[in-house]
Design a protein around this ligand. Structure first.
Ligand SMILES: [Zn+2]
Ligand SMILES: [Zn+2]
Length: 365
């Protein structure tokens, strides 16, 4: 499509134009000089104001807060200026660079240099865009600061207190879950408070769904069950009820490595508390499994821990059911039960001395 021989509607010059140049738009009929007079390569705003959360670095865009993952305000300024620039639709081979100039803590002058080709003419342009950073608090950080929460995850244990290892593991699980949700762009996921209480730890979280998910993950990792309870917090004029949920992750009463006496058939070393409690009898080496209705909490005496065991001399094998060992405290020779895991060729065996007497433990596997 050649327009050769046409006249520019603005200056009246005859237009000589290559046939390949297929231009559109209201000013397509202008000659190149008039066109380049009329249009810039780049449209830049006079100034850019960015609302940034001073706590988490989120940027306010449109009508919502967005996590941008920027390192600092300069990064944010560059990104926002880039968003605000518009390059001429017919420009080709556009490249640009910016040089930020920090004026003060919240003002950055962005010097932007552009090159490109418009109607076959190479053009260079330079614009300076002042960027003002307005420090605010985003909705989420405001809620966190205000202690807002919809659910509490209570980490507890049955008939004992959770150990420090268990509570710190539970807190790790909660934080990892919320971090993961944040990484996936969920701005409604947050922990507003973690507080140690005498019987465990409480974690206050932003939604009941998050509370349930965290409690489920804690018992999947540490054993136990989740109980939930709903508490009415308030009722507004329209009868809308606000509830808060409490999810209690109840860790098992006993833990792997603990030695307990669940009945009169001899002590049991606990091996697992997933499902119901399983272990090994220290008198015979037979497997022990708690009755289904007892789950992980059979009624039992606590006798000690596998790490309390001491190595002692295996003096003699008496018969299929008995061996002689040295009492690790008195060095007296004692006849005790012979479990089937005992290696008769061993010189030393681990024994636990408890109020139930002296028992050979299995070797650490
Ligand atoms: Zn013209
Ligand atoms: Zn924030």
């Amino acid at each position: 499509m050649s327009r050769s021989g046409e006249f520019c509607p603005r200056c009246g010059e005859t237009i000589e134009r290559a046939a390949a140049l297929d231009l559109e738009g209201p000013d397509a009929a202008l000659c190149d000089d008039c066109y380049l007079d009329e249009y810039d390569l780049v449209d830049a705003p006079d100034r850019v104001e960015v609302r940034v959360c001073a706590r988490c670095g989120a940027v306010h865009r449109g009508n919502r807060w967005v996590d941008v993952g920027a390192e600092d305000y300069t990064d944010i300024a560059i990104e926002e200026v880039t968003e605000a620039l518009s390059v001429h639709v017919d420009a080709e081979s556009v490249s640009w660079q910016v040089a930020p100039e920090q004026v003060d803590e919240t003002t950055i002058r962005m010097h932007c240099q552009f090159t490109g080709v418009l109607r076959g003419t190479p053009i260079a342009e330079e614009v300076t865009v002042p960027v003002k950073i307005a420090k605010e608090t985003c909705k989420r950080c405001g809620q966190i600061a205000g202690g807002s929460y919809a659910a509490t995850v209570q980490v507890r244990a049955r008939s004992r207190d959770p150990t420090e290892t268990e509570t710190s593991k539970a807190v790790d699980i909660a934080e990892a879950y919320v971090d993961d949700r944040e990484d996936k762009g969920d701005r409604n996921a947050f922990i507003s408070e973690i507080s140690e209480v005498s019987e465990g730890v409480d974690v206050k979280v932003s939604t009941s769904q998050i509370g349930r998910a965290i409690a489920d993950r804690i018992v999947r990792e540490l054993g136990g069950t989740v109980d939930e309870a709903r508490r009415l917090v308030s009722e507004d004029d329209d009868g809308q009820r606000l509830y808060r949920m409490a999810y209690s992750a109840r860790l098992p009463a006993y833990r792997p490595g603990e030695v307990i006496a669940p009945d009169d058939d001899g002590p049991v070393l606990v091996r697992s508390v997933q499902g119901n409690l399983k272990g090994v009898r220290l008198t015979t080496g037979e497997d022990y499994e708690a009755a289904f209705e007892d789950g992980t909490a059979p009624d039992a005496d606590r006798l000690g821990w596998r790490e309390d065991a001491k190595q002692t001399t295996l003096v003699a094998i008496e018969d299929d059911r008995a061996v002689q060992v040295l009492d690790p405290e008195t060095y007296e020779s004692k006849t005790i039960a012979r479990p089937d895991y005992l290696d008769p060729d061993a010189n030393e065996v681990p024994v636990l001395k408890s109020r139930a007497g002296l028992h050979v433990l299995p070797d650490d596997e």
